[in-house]
Design a binder for this molecule. Structure first.
Ligand code: S3P
Length: 440
């Protein structure tokens, strides 16, 4: 039995000071994957030492890759080349990490060995057909449960995959990346067209490793002709982790915060755009390019927020930030409407339902819809006990709500904050939130 963690937040406070939040989760996963398949030694700094990225790291160790570290976010990966992975002796357990499972399914489909991918209860309930179906049309052999969920049993089809020209039915960077990784082992071109822009870290990092990828509009194309050459990777801070502080400082009077070295890849900055539309004061300072990714320092101070209709084109660019954006909406004057976000229902939890349930307990007028939420904000937020359903971002979002609450908030089932942001409680406490942790 794993332990259970409860966060207790006393109401009020403000967020002040300077912080560097941990490394980007998406970039950290990809650094292990591409570094392992590269020729030569790849050095990574700023790696996210949290359970999800560590699950990817362990999977590659299990496939024979020598990886030193992480020590203070630094890793040395001894790449084995595109065809150098070894058959794992056991199932690859990927914990809570959808990115690990979906990207690995593509990467492993064309190997010379078989593999089984498993995960925790949440990951074992998440849809995998979105990757297994297009992979099957490439010639992959992957068995799922009848419901299309993990475990994924992959029979390696070394030399037998064929490229496809695939238009994704949903805006998903995981599906796109999965197919691009499979395309590195397929005959002919593999093209993926996305209905709306999604995070492009895979494409950028492939280019950083000198692997040819072609981008034309919303279509990315790859083939098996390239090789990956080891490089240096400097992982920026995760804007998805910074988002909790962007919202916290915006809603809490007296806040003044500088978040350093945050990744501001334009496929990830929807949270800044949405908060600014609501009236937030966020300055993007000292913009620079670090290892192929744009980075900046973000200065945020308290402001009065207004409810808005969230533009649908921003949804994929802020997809992980909606739990905390709902908290911002609860604190904003007037109505906020989110639509076009049905993907939120198949994240680590059903983030529409779980957030609506918790917000209602705190006295917020929040109505879930099939693809979003309607929130009437600006009324006082109360206290109470809410469930995070083991979803890291729900646990952190409700902690931030404490800054504007009038009574204590207790958040249950917070252990999985360790999947993306183990330092969250210490950092948010240092910056001004009265949070304590109870273990049982
Ligand atoms: C991710 C893509 C997104 C995001 C997830 C990380 C990635 O998932 O929610 O946290 O690293 O590619 P989808 O592709 O399902 O939108």
């Amino acid at each position: 039995m794993s332990k259970s963690i409860t966060f207790k937040v006393n109401p009020g406070g403000s967020l002040k000071g300077e912080a560097r939040v941990p490394g980007d989760k998406s970039v950290s996963h990809r650094s292990i994957m591409l570094g392992s398949l590269a020729e030569g030694v790849t050095r990574v700094k700023g790696f996210l030492e949290a359970e999800d990225a560590l699950a990817t790291l362990q999977a590659f160790r299990d496939m024979g890759v020598e990886i030193e570290g992480p020590v203070n976010g630094e890793l040395t990966i001894h790449g084995v080349g595109k065809h150098g992975l070894k058959a794992p002796e056991k199932e690859l357990y990927l914990g809570n990490s959808g990115t690990s499972m979906r990207l690995l399914s593509g990467l492993l489909a064309g190997q010379a060995f078989d593999a089984v991918l498993t995960g925790d209860k949440s990951l074992s309930g998440r849809p995998m057909k979105r990757v297994t179906e297009p992979l099957k049309t490439m010639g992959a052999e992957i068995k799922t449960t009848e419901k299309g969920t993990a475990p994924l049993r992959i029979t390696g089809k070394d030399g037998q995959l064929n490229g496809i020209d695939y238009t994704m039915p949903m805006a998903s960077a995981q599906v796109k990346s999965c197919l691009l990784l499979a395309g590195m082992y397929a005959q002919g071109d593999t093209s993926v067209t996305e209905p709306a822009p999604t995070r492009d870290h895979t494409e950028r990092m492939l280019a950083g490793f000198n692997y040819p990828v072609k981008k034309e509009g919303n279509k990315v194309t790859i083939n098996a002709d390239g090789k990956l050459t080891a490089c240096e990777i400097d992982v920026p801070s995760d804007i998805s982790s910074a988002a909790f502080f962007l919202v916290g400082a915006s809603i809490a009077p007296g806040s003044d915060l500088l978040l350093k070295h945050v990744g501001i890849n334009p496929t990830r900055t929807g949270v800044i755009d949405i908060l600014k539309l609501m009236g937030a004061r966020i300055e993007v300072l000292n913009e620079r390019i670090v290892g192929g990714e744009p980075v900046a320092d973000l200065h945020v101070t308290h402001s009065r927020l207004n409810g808005i209709d969230i533009p649908e084109e921003l949804v994929p660019l802020a997809i992980d930030e909606f739990p905390v954006l709902f908290v911002a909406a609860a604190c904003a004057e007037g109505q906020t409407r989110l639509s076009g976000a049905e993907e939120l229902r198949v994240k680590e939890s059903d983030r529409i339902q779980v957030m609506a349930d918790g917000l209602k307990i705190l006295g917020v007028d929040a109505e879930p819809t099939p693809d979003g939420m309607l929130i009437q904000g600006g009324k006082p937020i109360g206290g109470g006990t809410v469930e995070s359903h083991g979803d890291h971002r729900i646990a952190m979002a409700f902690s931030i709500a404490g800054l504007k609450a009038h009574a204590p908030i207790t958040i249950l089932d917070c252990l999985n904050v360790n999947t993306s942001f183990p330092e969250f409680k210490d950092l948010v406490k240092r910056l001004g939130l009265d949070i304590s942790v109870a273990e049982a």
